[in-house]
Design a binder for this molecule. Structure first.
Ligand code: FCB
Length: 457
């Protein structure tokens, strides 16, 4: 690990809706994910975020876990409907108090809070006004950012404006797999543009109100490949790449949309918009899991969709390809294209396996551990190859509400028994803790070519 900078940030990430629960408590208003959970077929098993990991009540225990693992940083999101139950107007003091308590606990434990303003839980009251498809949404978001910056900016300097614009917009407005369950090309284009405008406004607010703010946005960044060399699939992959990887960071950092999106989005772009979107940020937040394979899909909103990974490529039991070298590729691509310091704000391994503790209380999650180890090795290789990577956050601290997958898909390095809410660190958490603490000798842990998945690409 000698290759990583001395002040490299090791952390874990979570998000509000996925862990907090207390969905109707202390004045929290409903979000679009509460609505999605109550829509037939919206979430596997009819699971909801009503209780989730009960983090709202157990945050102190969870901060103690973070301290025990030894992370230097914790990325969480603020629930907009918890602090502004109707999205704008009346403020919910009890909601703000919760984040005060959480932030203070983190600071007492010596853990740097990284706050994300939007991890997919738009207040339902704003959705009722058109949500992100309404151009006013950028102003609603800016007002919410002012509230958070004023309240928490004395203690929080690390801010992300949004988490994975491309995923929540594509899933929520084109593919119909996420809240608010819309499938419409025009609506999707508006939402792409308006969330970009909101980002720009958010950067300005944070810059003005938070002394010494370190501001970025979190992007899902996965190499996007054609499922096979057929020309229509090559074109589908190029379009999917723009939708998934490029149309947010290109607009925000380079000041332009990639070509296919630029043509389609033109009707929604007003004079001065690109300058409003492209505001100076301090870092590029990258969430990386696996390469994507795209194919033409006549009849789909964009005429393209997910294809199967090549035969023989190892996959998780939720179907995600295991190809750690794609992480190196993604890091090198982002480093060259955006020329910003990179923080890996999510990387992880999900499984449908129950991963229950054995009689000795051990949760042996070998595959997750191996995958994390291989990915960290690929990150070290990217740093050696010149990428300016300054931090890495595992997704996720806890097993949690995995959106459409409900509680059936586990990404945590800490096991959660959803009956009792008991937390049990998995072997991956112990390994990560040792890595951070240097007990694995660092060099070994992050040396490319080690780990079970190494060399399989
Ligand atoms: C990302 C999301 C995060 C989680 C992981 C598995 O796309 O940002 O909330 O669901 O995937």
């Amino acid at each position: 690990m000698a290759v990583l900078p001395k002040d490299f940030v090791w952390g874990v990430s979570t998000s509000a809706y996925q862990i907090e629960g207390a969905a109707a408590e202390d004045g929290r208003g409903p979000s679009i994910w509460d609505t999605r959970c109550r829509t037939a077929g919206g979430v596997v098993n009819g699971d909801t975020g009503d209780v989730a990991c009960d983090h709202y009540h157990r945050y102190a225990e969870d901060v103690a876990l973070l301290r025990d693992i030894g992370v230097g940083a914790y990325r969480f999101s603020i629930s907009w409907p918890r602090v502004l139950p109707r999205g704008r107007g009346a403020v919910n003091e009890a909601g703000l108090d919760f984040y005060d308590r959480l932030i203070d606990r983190l600071l007492e434990a010596g853990i740097e809070p990284w706050a994300c303003l939007y991890h997919w839980d738009l207040p339902q009251a704003l959705q009722d006004l058109g949500g992100w498809a309404n151009r006013d949404s950028a102003g609603w978001y800016a007002d919410y950012a002012v509230l958070c910056a004023r309240r928490f900016g004395d203690r929080v300097t690390r801010w992300a404006t949004f988490n994975e614009f491309s995923v929540f917009t594509l899933f929520g407005y084109a593919l119909g797999w996420g809240a608010p369950s819309v499938s419409d090309r025009g609506e999707h284009l508006k939402v792409i543009h308006h969330t970009n405008l909101a980002h720009g406004a958010g950067v300005d607010v944070l810059r003005a109100l938070v002394p010494g703010a370190s501001i970025g946005a979190v992007h899902s960044f996965q190499p996007c490949r054609p499922a096979d060399p057929a020309p229509e699939n090559v074109e589908a992959a190029a379009l999917f790449d723009e939708l998934w990887n490029l149309c947010f960071p290109d607009a925000q950092i380079l000041g332009r949309y990639p070509p296919r999106i630029a043509r389609a989005i033109e009707p929604y772009v007003q004079a001065g918009d690109m300058a409003r979107i492209c505001r100076p940020v301090d870092w590029f937040g990258m969430n990386h899991y696996a390469p994507l394979f795209a194919q033409a899909e006549p009849g789909a909103v964009w005429g393209c969709g997910f294809g199967a990974p090549p035969k023989g490529m190892p996959r998780t039991d939720i179907g995600w390809p295991l190809q750690p070298s794609a992480f190196h590729e993604a890091l090198m691509h982002a480093a060259a294209r955006y020329r910003l310091p990179i923080y890996v704000t999510e990387n992880g391994y999900g499984t449908k396996a129950p991963e229950s503790p054995d009689a000795q209380g051990i949760v042996m999650d070998r595959e997750r551990l191996d995958y994390l180890q291989a990915c960290i090795g690929e990150m070290a290789r990217a740093v050696r190859d010149g990428a300016d990577v300054r931090g890495y956050f595992v997704w996720s601290l806890l097993d949690n509400f995995e959106w459409g997958g409900g509680y059936g898909t586990r990404f945590g390095i800490v096991h959660v028994d959803f009956e009792t809410q008991a937390r049990t660190p998995k072997e991956s958490a112990k390994w990560y803790s040792a890595l951070i603490g240097g007990a694995l000798g660092g060099q070994t842990a992050a040396t490319p070519g080690t780990g079970r998945f190494a060399g399989r690409s």
